[in-house]
Design a protein. Structure first.
Length: 178
């Protein structure tokens, strides 16, 4: 279920700051899996959140026919900027911003709080009955990516319907390591 931004903002005291596909989140395959969604909501009032981001520990977008699973999602709360009553506003997506977040769900690096499915610590969304935020907090939800279909290295790197530039040297180096 993916309600329209206008419906979300009409029904809840929020401003939808971001609702987009997350880069490089489709599972590897001859045919790459579907991209995850990244959604940021700025809460205009103090709020109690009863959150249920399922499937953040094990991949739900499993691969088929040699394809690999898409990455798991996660959920974070970005509180007000410390020492201010100013809303957090638009939060960047670069790795360093997660260190100031409150992890809600996902397998995350204990220090940086970024996704780390191999060495990360699992954050279970129901570890708290409710998650409380002050007005101005941003809630970030990253859904799981879809699994790929077919062997990833069987994909023709030059078949590029989006018109992106292919890095031939990097592609050759990656395939030589397997």
């Amino acid at each position: 279920m993916d309600p329209a931004t206008e419906t979300i903002e009409h029904d809840s005291p929020v401003v939808m700051l971001r609702k987009e596909y997350a880069i490089d989140t489709g599972g590897p395959g001859t045919h790459r899996g579907g991209a995850a969604n990244l959604k940021d909501t700025l809460w205009l009032t103090d709020a109690d959140h009863y959150l249920s981001p399922f499937r953040t520990r094990e991949p739900s977008g499993v691969g088929a026919g040699g394809g690999q699973a898409g990455p798991n999602g996660a959920m974070w709360i970005f509180p007000l900027d410390e020492g201010t009553e100013r809303p957090a506003g638009l939060v960047a997506t670069s790795p360093e911003v997660y260190a100031r977040s409150l992890p809600v769900a996902g397998v995350l690096d204990p220090r940086t709080r970024t996704l780390d499915p191999v060495n990360g610590a699992y954050h279970y969304f129901a570890s708290r009955r409710k998650w409380c935020t002050q007005a101005g907090a941003v809630l970030r939800c990253l859904t799981n990516g879809g699994g790929g279909w077919g062997a990833p290295f069987a994909r023709d790197p030059h078949f590029d319907p989006e018109g992106l530039r292919i890095d031939d040297e990097a592609t050759k180096a990656l395939r030589a390591r397997r």
